[in-house]
Design a protein around this ligand. Sequence first.
Ligand code: K7E
Ligand code: CUA
Ligand code: CA
Length: 632
Amino acid sequence: MSKDHEQDHKELAKTEHLGLSRRRFLGATAVAGVAGVAGLGGAVMSREAFAAAAKEARNNIHVGPGELDEYYGFWSGGHQGEVRVLGIPSMRELMRIPVFNVDSATGWGLTNESKDVLGHDNTFLNGDCHHPHISMTDGRYDGKYLFINDKANTRVARIRLDIMKCDKITHIPNVQAIHGLRLQKVPYTKYVFCNAEYVIPHPNDGSDFSMENSYTMFNALDAETMEVAWQVIVDGNLDNTDADYTGKYAASTCYNSEKAKELAGTMRNDRDWVVVFNVERIEQAVKNGDFKTVGDSKVPVVDGRSKSPLTRYIPVPKNPHGVNTSPDGKYFIAAGKLSPTCSVIAIDKLDDVFDDKIELRDVIVAEPELGLGPLHTTYDGRGNAYTTLFIDSQIVKWNIADAIKHYNGEDVNYLRQKLDVHYQPGHNHASLTESRDADGKWLVVLSKFSKDRFLPVGPLHPENDQLIDISGDEMKLVHDGPAFAEPHDCIMVRRDQIKTKKIYTRDDPYFASARAQAEKDGITLEGDNKIIRDGKKVRVYMTSVAPIYGTTEFTVKQGDEVTVYVTNLDTIEDVTHGFSVVNHGVSMEISPQQTSSVTFVADKPGVHWYYCNWFCHALHMEMTGRMLVEKA
Ligand code: K7E
Ligand code: CUA
Ligand code: CA
């Protein structure tokens, strides 16, 4: 242990009873490599003081039994691979939407319907999702789709918000690790913009491992078809991204302008950059045929490296991370991470910088000094910004107009408040902040470490998602919410902006392939309980009405590939059935008016019970049947 560490540990022991230790210890050890080191985090509040602050909060946090929340929250499940739906302000978890993971309860990853989305040859059982975002029309949530990235396996998924199920997943070709993801806000979400984080050689076939010949790309997907519309080659790497309110520009941070392959190298430059993409010019270049293709993919690839008319590289300090558009549409704000500053980019100056009328740095209109480790910024719609300080474990509230005045030499204080959070915050998100409707009521802070905030549960700790009332002049911390790994980001949407179905309609495309197969077999999913033998393939069609399956016994031969289709004829809200075959790894959800199907090999002769595994009726236990497998 180094001297410094030893000292920190002694400090830790001394201050344990004061509740100071974690904050100081992390602060002291995490600053290596940070420029412009200021003091450590501010005053530490006692638990009692927090409780008092929560009581004083202006917004009502209490959602009583039977009452409904004001907002939906959509949380990324991080490397757990799912999306979670919470109610705000209660912070109650309402639903989980499996996406890149396998889910035993709903059968996601097991059913044919989910494999239609994941790919029947999909071999990835994991994902790493960070950035959930909801489609927009004219800069406002339209409640249609939610999109989310998979950094681990370079994919983008779409969730239909009417049924809250994933309906499309696209693997992005030619690149590795989709990280930052945002949507075009205006005039509507035509494109899903997403960054591939790491540079790779092209072709990446083992013939060349050099960094010099490596590059990465900015990607745009068509939000309806989920096909990749185009890709843009860039200098450096790509981290986070956001889009503007004109439909013309998107901006991405780059922390590895050095194109280093090791940590120290990525910190060599004092400035990296924000790369701004001119969407109109890129579309024009594609239209003009001014592109190439890479490898086997047919996606148009344009070259946006320096000197390209398609991009501008705005130098900003240092290993920037988040970039967030202010809801008034005026600014892209990039957080410095290794610089204690944020860079405020004036979007109305971008035309001039693309026309070479002004210098690159002329678009920077403020560079407020905020504290250590700024990562992400969010807004209240009243001119204030809220930036997470990872190293200081704080949220800093600051005023954008005052920061601009200060940058212009006026003697004004742009800092409004610093509030301790627990601990090491990554993203934060104010209610409706990324839309024109930013209402400045709630702020969620996704703290990466919870330390001692919850009952201990072994070495692996939950994260701590904290809720802060920002409706007044002062931020008030009102709730701690433990979360399993690892919500990088979340969004909040007014509840009237999401319209969900209570039961499926029979023509839902979610089970279109089951319907198509039934038609081929000459049966109707809703009416028939039939077994179709097709060589070694057996298709068992059955209905379900609580508490009974339409087929309670069927016979197959050992080695048959069996597909069971269950159509739930119940029309009563909340009567979901399940289907599980004992010892066959089969489990699925069949909600009212839904059809689900699953395919497995009946490889064991004998009697195999199947049963309903979603509690549906007083006689739910009795909702069973037998699969009889004859010896081959
Ligand atoms: Cu964790 Cu947006 Cu992937 Cu920042 S990201 S913290
Ligand atoms: Cu049907 Cu439980
Ligand atoms: Ca760097």
